[in-house]
Design a protein around this ligand. Sequence first.
Ligand code: AMP
Ligand code: MG
Length: 421
Amino acid sequence: MVESAYPMITPDEAYECVVRNVHRLSPVALPIDEAVGHVLAADVATVEDMPPFPSSTMDGYAVIAADRSKERKVLGEQDAGHVAAFRVGMGTAVRIMTGAPVPEAADAVIPVEYATEQGRRVRFSQLLPSGANIRPVGHDLRAGERVLVAGQPLGAAEIGLLAMMGCGRVQVYRRPRVAIIATGDELVPLGRALAPGRIRDSNSHALAANMRQIGAEPIVLGIVQDDEDELRDAIVHGLGRADVVLTSGGVSVGRRDLIKPILGALGQVHFGRIAQKPGKPTTFATVNGKPVFGLPGFPVSSLISTELYVRPALLKMAGFARLRRPEITVGLMHDIRPGDPSRSEFQRAVVTWRGGRALARNTGDQASSRLRSLVGANALLRLPQGVASFRKGDDVEAILTTPQQGCLFQKAQAALRSRGC
Ligand code: AMP
Ligand code: MG
């Protein structure tokens, strides 16, 4: 058997090595409407109170709360967006709309539901205390307050807050640009007929889609033959255009597996072998400070290694502090016999919540070529090395790989808390 010259490291060591060797990209200023999904690179403070005036939270009547009379004279109407010169006194009220400034001296709003108006007089079925249904100045944001802190990922609420504060542009970390190179003499691009011995390049498409899911920008460079000069040129070209390069294929120990020596000549190979299945030959290098991942060619292996190592690298580069997916303990719904107990195995699985706990079923045949084993999966079972077989009912760790599964994580945490853990 031909053995790789690279030392075998554990998946945890590989993760730590990647995270240690990648760095945040420099910040850029973006219009807020293009900033969703980015991470804030600088604190944002507000210079104004919000609301800037005492504002009614209901359609109703602005009154003096201390006035206990049930019937009052209506002075007129205060609409949102206008400032009328009303002054509410004892025995009077001003009809007011939601979001309108509360007139001078008024300190409560009685909702229309408690009022009957007739001929410029209003009767209230209920009176309310001072402050009722009024949003005071600065209730939502106080001038001088640091509203958003650097490191905050920007979602809909944060973009809305920026607009509320009058911020049209914002400092964020750039999305990493990722060059994708598919290697292999057998590969045919989509749309071309398959000659004998050929297969279609699916990795370019899957990896590009994965980059978009992560929030990175894919640059698909197409198929490169198993030729040393062509591969080197393609990687150098990718490094010129992108922040990160991904190659797929050509990292095993076959005669035409050229990626590792090329990366070794161009820069530094940090690791070339991980004790895991799938994805054992996954390679990580840096060339002039830029990360290059040599992913295995098998379609499942390349996506699993992307999930485990490329995703955290890209998240770190994009400024995220949280790089890992949530992990929970799940009970196996069936026996599992790992293919190679000398390596950790990452099996694709469906985790469901039943009877107060999380249970997992794998997605059938776990061959590295069988991309269908990822379809519908919401988790990766982390089967530790050194265990020859797992039995139905055994507890194992599961990485939750789809964002919606966050609720499973919360349920699992709540279940642990309720057991006093
Ligand atoms: P390699 O890592 O180059 O030895 O490739 C391992 C297996 O993955 C082989 O069966 C290849 O044909 C297959 N493979 C390599 N690259 C791709 C690709 N871009 N799309 C689909 N399958 C691939
Ligand atoms: Mg190959």
